[in-house]
Design a binder for this molecule. Structure first.
Ligand SMILES: [Cu+2]
Length: 657
């Protein structure tokens, strides 16, 4: 049993790396390995902020833009010199060897024009042999499990005695997070594929259980058959302009695949506002090298490193004798923005648009702009004007002193440096916790992140403006109105639960039983969330755990209706836009509304990647009209102010009005 005291002691000795508070680790011995690189020894604000360029396309045209994007292994200067470059994985265009990066180049898309991407798994060495994972892989969780062959893929594997666990070829599949994708292009967790390597053992499964079905569906729709080691997805871009991101989504391996680096932004532009109203531009595909950017994505991630500058992720952690075992949460010891630890960004005295993304595995961020990097509580000196959330612009700009950002969430924000004297240094600071988040206020309900390390994110150095700023000040900005969803046909009552599993406590999604208690279900249990095509549903998600979980639904952008003990508390202004990931607070009911208008197999899950990878994910199957099965967790409609009363287990009933 790891006590809080032991963990803190280990953290102090090891540079507060890989904290696993008692709340995350209900069992297991003390950490077997503490990374030797002390984050306090890394100088901050040395390297300039990296701004991911636009992803090169292989073809553009009126019908669609086409890309061929691979994931490869390479080295990138993430820590400041003289530390060596870090070996990472990342995406880039196969037609441009220099384009690979972490984060990857940004895919620039437009509403109404589809994007087709062939995603290639190129985790192979120079000879074409497979590369093993950069990090320990627990083969015993419910995961892709290629070594299990056709019969045991997408199941639990066996430990093979290695402390690093599975060392075979690494499965990959890409999910465009927040996209309104057809099922075959969604990046389903069981649609993974191995690289087309020379040395794959003959008894391995080359693809996940859903791959062949989605390959046929894609071939039927587009007359294009996926090549081995790849999948081609088409994104229709038939949704509001917004900030999406793409990342790996392999069953039971997402935490380590994403941690190793593969992720990028996908900016869906449109004409919801005239050009120039918002700060811009963002990087474009054919920009001259002198272009100044004022619309900048910031992917914020926590990472730990070894003394050699390699990525560190805990392995061999538990008492399990046979190899690495899943950890219930992860907190890195450094903050990495756009692929560099604690970068510095020279801004002009003008407005900037920042697409903030929390790309951490488990860490919650509480961000503000302060003049003092280490004072706590932080004293914000500039408001962060939120203009959008996951799914597009908000009804109106919302000024925040502090912005809360859970894993996978995006905040589209404007920061106005116009009145800041040149020469001023400001800091983006983080007061979220160095461990599991249960809600509440920093310094009152939990200790904020270490102000010397993970409590700092990015430095701004303000300089004079070199040109006029045509953008509208955020306090005068009028945002376009957006449609609200109509009445719901169904209310579904769902649960977030904590259960003992062997030596660990794991988190599970589920429904409610007849007494209104959480009835936890695993990924492989029969599907319960099966909306009828075209239906609008209210989901009431009861959190029976001590932790905040970011709940993500595929296919849809949803509205948050209410929170609180009965789900009747109106959302904060920043939560009144469209979202694909919502924070579900402990002991509260989080009520959301969504319309499911694409048929097929999708998923909903917790976006704490350690949770998602160990069963906190459930099928979301949208059924053709008339095919909605009984036992799909529905109940009478009730769109009003509060949660509906519990009914039978997974009971389904028709709407009453
Ligand atoms: Cu969770």
């Amino acid at each position: 049993m790891v006590s809080r005291r032991q963990v803190l002691a280990a953290g102090a000795a090891g540079g507060a790396a890989a904290l696993i508070p008692a709340g995350w680790a209900a069992s297991g011995r003390a950490l077997a390995a503490i990374p030797p690189l002390d984050a306090g020894d890394i100088p901050k604000y040395v390297a300039p902020l990296r701004i991911p360029p636009a992803m090169p396309a292989v073809a553009t045209g009126p019908e669609r833009d086409e890309y061929v994007i691979a994931v490869r292994q390479f080295r990138q200067q993430i820590l400041p010199r003289p530390w060596p470059r870090t070996t990472v994985w990342g995406y880039g265009s196969t037609a441009h060897a220099g384009s690979f990066g972490c984060p990857a180049p940004t895919i620039m898309a437009r509403v109404g024009r589809p994007v087709r991407v062939t995603w290639v798994n190129q985790l192979v060495d120079d000879r074409g042999d497979h590369l093993p994972h950069l990090l320990p892989v627990d083969p015993t969780v419910h995961w892709a499990n290629p070594a299990g062959g056709i019969d045991h893929r997408d199941g639990h594997g066996r430990p093979d005695g290695s402390r690093l666990g599975y060392r075979g070829p690494v499965p990959q599949v890409v999910h465009l997070h927040g996209a309104h994708s057809a099922q075959e292009s969604d990046g389903h967790s069981e649609a993974w594929y191995l690289p087309a390597a020379r040395d794959i053992p003959a008894d391995f499964a080359l693809t996940g259980g859903a791959y062949a079905e989605f390959r046929s569906r894609f071939a039927e729709r587009y007359e294009l058959r996926w090549a081995p080691g790849s999948a081609t997805f088409e994104y229709d871009n038939d949704q509001r302009p917004c900030t999406l991101w793409y990342h790996d989504h392999t069953l039971g391996l997402t935490r380590e695949n994403v941690y190793a680096g593969p992720a990028g932004f996908y900016l869906l532009g449109g004409d919801d506002l005239p050009d120039g109203v918002l700060p811009g531009p963002a990087p474009g595909r054919d920009d001259p090298s002198t272009t100044g950017y004022h619309d900048i994505p910031l992917m914020i991630q926590d990472r730990s490193f070894t003394a050699d500058g390699d990525l560190f992720y805990p392995g061999g952690y538990s008492s399990h004798p046979d190899g690495p075992v899943w950890v219930p949460g992860f907190s890195g010891s450094t903050m990495v923005v756009n692929g560099r630890t604690w970068p510095t960004f020279t801004v002009q005295r003008r407005r900037y648009r920042f697409r903030l993304l929390n790309g951490c595995n488990s860490r919650f961020l509480l961000l503000s702009v302060a003049a003092n990097a280490t004072a706590r509580p932080a004293r914000p000196v500039l408001p962060v004007w939120q203009i959008g959330s996951d799914g597009g612009l908000l009804p109106e700009p919302v000024p925040h002193e502090r912005v809360a950002l859970g894993p996978a969430q995006r905040v589209d924000a404007i920061v106005d440096f116009t009145d800041v004297p040149a020469g001023t240094e400001l800091y983006l600071v983080n007061e979220g916790p160095d461990g599991m988040y249960g809600g509440g206020r920093p310094g009152v309900d939990f200790a904020p992140a270490d102000p010397r390390t993970t409590g700092q994110v990015l430095r701004f150095v303000v300089t004079d403006a070199t040109g006029a700023d045509p953008s509208v000040p955020p306090e005068q900005l009028r945002l376009p109105s957006h449609p609200r969803l109509g009445a719901a046909q169904r209310v579904r009552r769902l649960s977030l639960n904590e259960r003992r599993s062997g030596e660990s406590t794991i988190m599970l999604l589920g429904v409610l039983d007849e007494r209104g208690r959480g009835l936890p279900l695993r990924w492989s249990d029969p599907p319960t969330e099966q909306p009828a095509l075209g239906d609008t549903e209210v989901w009431e998600v009861r959190n029976f755990t001590r932790h905040v979980h970011p709940v993500h639904l595929h296919q849809v952008q949803f509205e948050l209706l209410g929170r609180g003990h009965s789900g009747g508390v109106r959302p904060d202004p920043g939560d009144r836009g469209w979202m694909d990931t919502v924070l579900a607070y402990p002991w509260e009911v989080t009520r959301i509304k969504a319309r499911f208008d694409r048929p097929g197999r999708y998923a909903w899950h917790c976006h704490l990647l350690e949770h998602e990878d160990n069963e906190m994910m459930r099928p979301l199957n949208v059924l053709p009209r008339g095919a909605a099965a009984a036992g799909d967790g529905g109940s009478a409609t009730g769109d009003g102010g509060a949660a509906s009363a519990p009914a039978g287990p997974g009971s389904a009933s028709t709407p009453t009005g």
